[in-house]
Design a protein around this ligand. Structure first.
Ligand SMILES: [Fe+2]
Length: 240
């Protein structure tokens, strides 16, 4: 299986704090059947995380990549970012500050949790008009969708793929977020499920429980599409 959203890069955001934590996260992932992880540090969050494309970021990535090999952890690591949408998105995009998922046409995009439906649609439209395909990170957590989950379809119409979080589906974020995720899954609007893991202790990169939950409540085929087929297409730059 392939995890396209994981804060496994050490010391760059609120995810892994050190290389040893990253290795532990990768061991958990491998044990649950994940063979590929895209490292997606927070990027472009005003006042908090920049993490724009830089030599330092790439060398941090290479260091983790080599450490996984040295420690014989059977996980392939790919680079990416979780790009927070801001009003100067196009400026940073043109400047080459952003990384897509493994250099593909797909970019993991995070919106403000309190964004309005109208602004969310505009933001997705703006990302899509640069030529990349926005993969909306955890839409089930945005306030306007929690309030009325049927609004999720508007993000799809604006050109986004929808990536749900493992934690939302296994109920770790509470009933309301679970209900929003359930609506998106019930209506076949989800394109991928990812861990959005931040550590080896909570919000972990473990697909075993979410795989089981999707198999039990939806279907085995749907679990396969969301955890394996589509995420793998994304990192191979194939059409989802
Ligand atoms: Fe994230």
């Amino acid at each position: 299986m392939t995890d396209i959203h994981c804060h496994i890069l050490p010391g760059v955001d609120d995810g892994s704090g050190a290389l040893s934590d990253s290795l532990e996260m990768a061991r958990i992932a491998a044990a649950s059947g994940i063979s590929s992880i895209v490292a997606t540090p927070h990027c472009n969050i005003p006042g908090l995380c920049k993490n724009y494309r830089s030599e330092k970021l790439i060398s941090n990535f290479n260091e983790l990549h080599d450490a996984l090999e040295r420690n014989l952890i059977p996980v392939d690591l790919y680079y990416g970012q979780e790009v927070f949408f801001t009003d100067d998105f196009e400026k940073h995009f043109e400047h080459g500050d952003f990384l897509t998922l493994n250099g593909s046409r797909y970019m993991l995009v995070e919106l403000d949790f309190e964004i309005s439906e109208e602004e969310a649609i505009k933001s997705i439209n703006r990302v899509a008009s640069t030529g990349v395909v926005p993969v909306a990170a955890h839409p089930e957590r945005y306030g306007f969708i929690v309030e009325r989950p049927d609004r999720a379809v508007q993000l799809c119409r604006a050109g986004a793929l929808l990536q749900l979080n493992r934690s939302s589906i296994v109920g770790e974020f509470g009933q309301r977020i679970y209900s929003a995720a359930k609506y998106i899954l019930d209506n076949g609007l989800a394109d991928a499920v990812a861990s959005d893991a931040h550590s080896q202790y909570s919000r972990i990169p473990d697909f075993s429980d979410v795989h089981e939950a999707i198999c039990e409540n939806w279907s085995y085929d749907y679990a396969d599409i969301l955890l394996k087929i589509n995420p793998t297409k994304i990192i191979k730059n194939e059409t989802v």
